[in-house]
Write a protein of this length. Sequence first.
Length: 243
Amino acid sequence: MGFKLIKLKSVNSTNLFAKQIEKAVPQPDFCCIYTDNQLSGRGQAQTVWESEPNANLTFSLILHPKSIAPHEQFYISKLIAASIADFFNKEASHFWVKWPNDIYFNNKKLAGILIENAISGKNITTCIVGIGLNINQTNFSENLPNPISLKQIHNKTYRLEPLLKQLINHIQLKWNLIENRNFIQINELYFNNLYLFRKFANYKDATGKFVGKIIGTEETGKLIIETKKGTIKKYDLKELSYL
C-alpha cells in the first residue's frame, strides 16, 4: 500500500494547498500534503488549530469517494475519525472520538479534523481531509482548554514521518468501507470508539444543564442524546457542551 507524499517546509493551510493542487491537476487518492510548520491551521466552525513547528503532524489527504451522496458525507467523517482512534488504541487504550470527529485521550484533546467536500451532481467528487495531531509538543497556549500530546501520554519522542505513514496506511485499510458503502460497519467502528457512548454524563444546552447518554447520530451528523428522564434530544455542532 502506498500514497503520494508532498512535504512542505511551511504553508498557511495544508487543506488550502491541497485544494489548489487538486484543482490544477487531479491527484491520486490518499495524496498527502504534509508540513513541518502550518501557519494558519483551521479547525471546526472557524476555529484555529495551533501547532508548534516541527513537533506535530499537520497534514491533509485528498480523497475521491466513488459513490457517496452529499447527505451521506458524515460517514466519511465517522470513518476517518474512528480509524485514527483505532490506530492509537493499538498502542494503548482510552483514545476516543469525541463527537463529531475530535480525537481525545480520556478527556483531553489530541487531534482535530476538518473535512471539506466538493460536490458535483449527486455525488461528492473530492474530499480534503485536514488533520492536526499533537505528537511531541509539551507546552501549549493557555487559549487551548484541554490539549494533550502523544509524548505526554507515553513519555517518549516520536519520529514524525514514520508515524504519519503508519497512520495513513491504517486509514487506507479502512477506506474500503466507504468505497463499498458498508455503513453498518462504519457505524460499528465509530460507536465502538465514541467518547461517552451509552454512558450517562453531564451536559449543557440552551435550556440548561442535564444528565443524558449518547445513543446515536443522525445520518446528517446530528448527535442524539437520551436524558435520564427519557427525553430524546438532537444537536448540531456547537449546540451542546460537555461538562
